[in-house]
Design a protein around this ligand. Sequence first.
Ligand code: NAD
Length: 353
Amino acid sequence: MKRILVTGGAGFIGSAVVRLLLAQTEAHVINVDKLTYAANLASLPGAEGNPHYTFEHADICDAEAMRRIFATHRPDAVMHLAAESHVDRSIDGPGDFIQTNVVGTFRLLEAARGYWSSLPAEEKSLFRFLHISTDEVFGTLGDEGFFTETTPYAPNSPYSSSKASSDHLVRAWRETYGLPTLMTNCSNNYGPYQFPEKLIPLMILKGLSGQPLPVYGAGLNVRDWLYVEDHARALVLVLGKGLIGESYNVGGFNERTNIEVVRTLCALLDELHPQGAPHGRLITHVTDRPGHDQRYAIDASKIERELGWRPLETFETGIRRTVEWYLANEFWWRSILDGSYQGERLGLTKEKI
Ligand code: NAD
């Protein structure tokens, strides 16, 4: 694929996708991003000035901007990652989630459909629209079982219900209009360049500054953790080799309770930043998030069987690389902490980094 339009390419996962495409393919990348609080162009070192890269500062809800961008850049494929992505923010203010995740996906689908319909037959048959979604659309699991591609949708938060809505729109645009779409549903990502409102970077930065490490409830909620660069590889593979109309679950084979994750981070900080040791003394339990899903676990056997993907990082290797990255890249997160980010809701308390 020669020209790939990536939405949300200045965000956490989108920037990993753009870095991968620029480093390992010949594709020209068109990054369409509104630059919300979660975006950071510093997550794309070397992209500006790269002849294979174009940045379009635009909102996916803006129908005219999307029409112009498709007409100007004539992409062979779309990788749609732009979204409001933080569950806690969706509880405090669901409006932006409905706007970007539902209305924005609708506008993008319409712009893609208008452009795709106008293509000559061969280009039309090669065009792909890959929608990136989450395992949270499946709801919550008990102690047993895994989410598969056929698990019924049962989203519980404003975030996951807005993503579920966007998944249904993507499916409908394929069934109704024939737009060649594919979809992925992925578990929790972690790794370099993650905005410090999410569990792992939040704990690393609080631990580094000796602040309490707030853990929801008893910390027994289970998530399946995937290193972001493994996710980016999966997405590029699905775009190139996945079948139209299929969805693929992507997971890390790394189930951990939140408290296990935080204890692992404390042990790594004790080793790599011994000034603050023992960091475990900073752990504090805070009131649980309302509607907090108990367990997510992905059955990622389909993408392994059909496309040959497996994560390269184990949780142990990936989490160590992540802590080392945050220690070595203070310039990246310091600029966020010094800027507009004011600390976010955790449990029912207001926390500041
Ligand atoms: P993120 O919040 O880090 O980045 C989102 C990006 O989208 C930002 O750069 C933001 O500026 C951009 N954006 C937001 N609204 C926009 C709009 N209206 N128009 C254009 N750009 C807009 O998110 P992330 O963690 O990188 O997640 C990317 C995608 O992957 C999302 O669709 C998310 O639902 C999905 N996902 C995330 C995870 C995870 O663990 N982070 C897991 C599974 C799926």
